[in-house]
Ligand binder design. Structure first.
Ligand SMILES: [Zn+2]
Length: 220
């Protein structure tokens, strides 16, 4: 009896390790229980790819990882209907195709990539949400997700609204609704200072989570 019970517990909590470019990602093989949504959050860049380098040497890959981990923490504390899975949990580089394929493999409700922006003109600032150019005029679910994220970020952070835009992006490989948020310009001194602070990173995380919940109809 004991071995049977133990076996069912083991299969219910089965996890396996996936080696991605030297990093170890723990992936649950169990589908999300009824009423629960898996959300894949991608902290942009990592490892040998720092992303944009900003004011006072601030690196994009550090800011994106900090925000992603705060989204995971906030969801864990406040929203049992969400299961957040990160594409990376440490300072490693994960190939872009593997990032979006993780969302398909897990049957995720959505994929969200987090980035910070950069511009030669240090005065440029604000928040924008991006979708792949090839999705223009289709993929309405992703457009709905992008609009909700953008609206929530602007409402909560009060940053200039640069809108939802289409660009050539690796997100076009995603088989689940997806969007990419640019949460501010690390080349703008004022935004860089805010992006480096834990309190502002937490505000961003909460705003993103609110947008995700709105998209998934979890506002009640
Ligand atoms: Zn980036």
């Amino acid at each position: 009896m004991k071995s049977k019970a133990a076996l069912s517990v083991l299969s219910g909590t089965l996890v396996f390790l996936v080696i991605i470019c030297g990093s170890v990602v723990v992936v649950s093989t169990a589908p999300a229980p009824a009423g629960r949504f898996i959300v894949v959050i991608d902290p942009g860049h990592g490892g040998h790819d720092p992303g944009a380098i900003g004011w006072l040497g601030l690196q994009e890959k550090e800011v994106t990882l900090a925000i992603a981990r705060l989204i995971e923490l906030e969801a864990f504390l406040s929203e049992p209907r969400l299961k957040i899975v990160l594409t990376r949990r440490t300072d490693v580089y994960v190939p872009l195709k593997e990032r979006v394929e993780l969302a398909s493999r897990l049957g995720a409700a959505l994929y969200l990539s987090i980035h910070t922006n950069a511009h030669r003109n240090l005065q440029v600032k604000g928040i924008e949400t991006l979708l792949p150019e090839s999705w223009r005029g289709r993929s309405w679910a992703s457009l709905s997700l992008a609009k909700r994220l953008q609206r929530s970020l602007i409402r909560e952070l009060g940053a200039p609204d640069r809108g939802v835009k289409y660009q050539r992006l690796y997100l076009r490989w995603s088989h689940v609704p997806a969007a990419l948020v640019e949460v501010g310009f690390i080349t703008n001194p004022e935004e860089a200072r805010r992006l480096a602070s834990l309190s502002y990173q937490y505000e961003i995380a909460r705003a993103i989570l609110a947008g995700i919940k709105e998209y998934l109809g979890l506002t009640g």
